[in-house]
Design a protein. Structure first.
Length: 190
């Protein structure tokens, strides 16, 4: 797939960029393939692939609206476009699949008990997300994917990194979160 029009990228015309990308047969096939793989790896019903593909397209269009160049180096994009766009599609499919299923509570991730208290569980989730937000990449992405119930294999696939690196980043992120939340106490009830 060729770069979707240098002039559109240079002008920052996200609608024109989206029209060119969305109309491309390679893009359509790649989104469908990636959605099917995400559903299969995520253990979701195969019927969800169409919803994941649609959701991924919406996510990419939204990202284009915010950043019309999708943070691409236009000069290097010609040679690396399919790899770059494939990564964007994988991430979008992962996000779309995550939106289809509810997030598990934070406590199993860190082994912190909230004794069935919904308010304490909600407070813990907020505190865990704040601590995760302070992590570096790829630890932050790995922890967020794990918090969303993804396996390390899925996280590695989504991030496009080897499984061993994902496992190492997860262990490192878990240690950092445990240190950050070592003395965790939920806020007092009002």
């Amino acid at each position: 797939m060729p770069l979707a029009g240098r002039s559109a990228f240079a002008a920052g015309d996200w609608q024109e960029i989206w029209r060119r990308i969305a109309a491309d047969s390679w893009f359509q096939a790649e989104v469908e393939l990636c959605a099917a793989q995400a559903v299969r790896r995520g253990g979701a019903p195969s019927e969800d692939a169409a919803d994941v593909a649609s959701g991924a397209k919406l996510i990419i269009a939204d990202e284009l609206r915010v950043s019309p160049d999708l943070r691409v180096d236009v000069d290097r994009a010609e040679a690396n476009f399919t790899g770059w766009m494939g990564t964007i599609i994988r991430h979008a499919c992962s996000k779309a699949l995550a939106r289809l299923r509810p997030s598990p509570p934070a406590s199993p991730l860190l082994g912190i008990e909230t004794a069935g208290d919904e308010s304490a569980a909600r407070d813990l989730r907020i505190d865990v997300l704040a601590a995760i937000d302070k992590l570096r990449e790829p630890e932050r992405s790995i922890m967020l994917l794990r918090l969303d119930g993804r396996s390390l294999i899925e996280a590695a696939f989504v991030l496009g990194i080897p499984h061993k690196r994902a496992d190492y980043a997860y262990q490192r992120g878990l240690r950092q979160l445990e240190r950050a939340l070592r003395d965790y106490r939920p806020p007092p009830k009002k």
